[in-house]
Write a protein that binds this ligand. Structure first.
Ligand code: HEM
Length: 353
């Protein structure tokens, strides 16, 4: 992203507004209770607030986009896109965040969502859900690093509980899954094989830790790995317990493009779950079609995101609009009351002097 901040940002805003007007809406149906105009009258500046803050964040560190995109996936696949992954569980036991697949979510992603929530609520009042903010942040995390722009239906509400560790584990596919297991995991969410391959293209940005792919290097090397690529991975992860990380897409790790699929065709996919999409005859042609046609990938990725982004949403009077994304409002009230009592005690102590 350029260093001159203002002009490119203006161009982006104009460009996205134009795209929003000229692009036809995706054919993916909108779930009852969500709408493309949900905050138009009560928070018209919502999308610009989110985009301008993330523009600044990404200008400092573009890799944060990957953390936000993954956060939305992990939110939606476990109990629906209800912000449950944001609950820290401090007052009610281990949360989704404490389950192994979520331990590698970026701490910064949670902070960025909190900051966005504060900005949005300051401007519009506490009417926008954390789940919607996560969905909007994921959209910007695709668009700002050069990916497709797409409008998303809004109106999600936040859950008042989170999933247990076994439920979290059962819903998030591990990187060791082969294509059969991945197809089944996605079918369980009504997502097609094309959705699976397209959404896996989210791995065009971001990083993975050795623990997520060391099984392909030790004790024996996965035969589908390109040898030079494998040698470099071994330099990054000299043992199967090294705590290091590497880019998911070796060709253009910070751009949202179709190079991930070119990687797969060259046997340079990082995880088993990536590379097997090219090995398996059911998904190989889809991988190739995206590798040679970025527009097709973008179109199918957007469809997949719109479907994934509406999984198990809470709407209407369900759930709540959290005033702090990491705690339910009930727990928040407790926290607020505690601080009120503390403030009162401090006042009393001060008045004694
Ligand atoms: C198909 C099943 C999927 C599996 C098995 C999977 C697995 C993983 C794993 C293991 C990591 C790296 C964790 C680490 O070692 O730090 C990762 C990172 C990532 N995943 Fe996935 N993922 C899948 C689908 C998705 C989807 C659907 C998206 C979004 C559309 C996505 C977006 C990302 C991003 C952006 C990162 C990089 C995060 C960062 O740099 O902080 N993944 N994924």
């Amino acid at each position: 992203m350029g260093s001159s901040k203002f002009l490119p940002f203006l161009q982006l805003v104009l460009c996205s507004l134009l795209l929003g007007i000229s692009n036809g809406q995706s054919i993916v149906p909108v779930v009852p209770g969500l709408s493309y105009t949900f905050y138009d009258s009560n928070c018209p500046g919502l999308e610009i607030i989110v985009r301008s803050h993330l523009w600044e964040v990404f200008n400092n560190n573009i890799t944060q986009a990957a953390g936000l995109l993954r956060l939305h996936f992990h939110d939606c696949f476990v109990q629906g896109c209800d912000g449950s992954v944001l609950l820290d569980g401090s007052t009610s036991g281990p949360s989704e965040q404490d389950a192994p697949p979520n331990l590698t979510l970026r701490a910064a992603a949670f902070t960025i969502i909190d900051d966005l929530r504060a900005l949005v609520h300051n401007a519009c009042g506490p009417i926008v859900s954390c789940a919607d903010i996560v969905a909007l942040a994921a959209r910007e995390s695709v668009f700002l690093p050069n990916g497709p722009y797409y409008q998303i239906p809004l109106g999600r509400r936040d859950s008042v509980n989170f999933a247990t560790r076994p439920v979290t584990l059962a819903n998030l596919p591990p990187p060791t899954f082969n294509t059969t297991s991945l197809i089944n995991a996605f079918a369980a969410k009504n997502l097609t094989t094309t959705d699976l391959v397209a959404l896996s293209g989210g791995h065009t940005i971001g990083r993975g830790h050795c623990a997520s792919f060391a099984n392909r290097l030790y004790p024996t090397q996965d035969s589908t790995l390109d040898q030079t690529f494998a040698n470099n991975l071994k330099l990054t992860c000299p043992t199967n317990t090294t705590d290091n990380s590497t880019n998911l897409d070796i060709r253009s790790p910070n751009l949202f493009d179709n190079k991930y699929f070119v990687d797969l065709m060259n046997r340079q996919g990082l995880f088993t779950s990536d590379q097997d999409l090219y090995t398996d005859s059911r998904t190989r042609n889809i991988v190739t079609s995206f590798a040679v046609n970025q527009s097709l990938f973008f179109e199918k990725f957007v469809d997949g995101m719109l479907k994934m982004g509406q999984l198990g949403v809470l709407t209407g009077t369900q759930g709540e609009i959290r005033t702090n994304c990491s705690a339910t409002n009930v727990n928040n009230i407790n926290i607020d009351l505690a601080s009120v009592v503390r403030d009162h005690q401090e006042q009393e102590m001060l008045s004694q002097y």
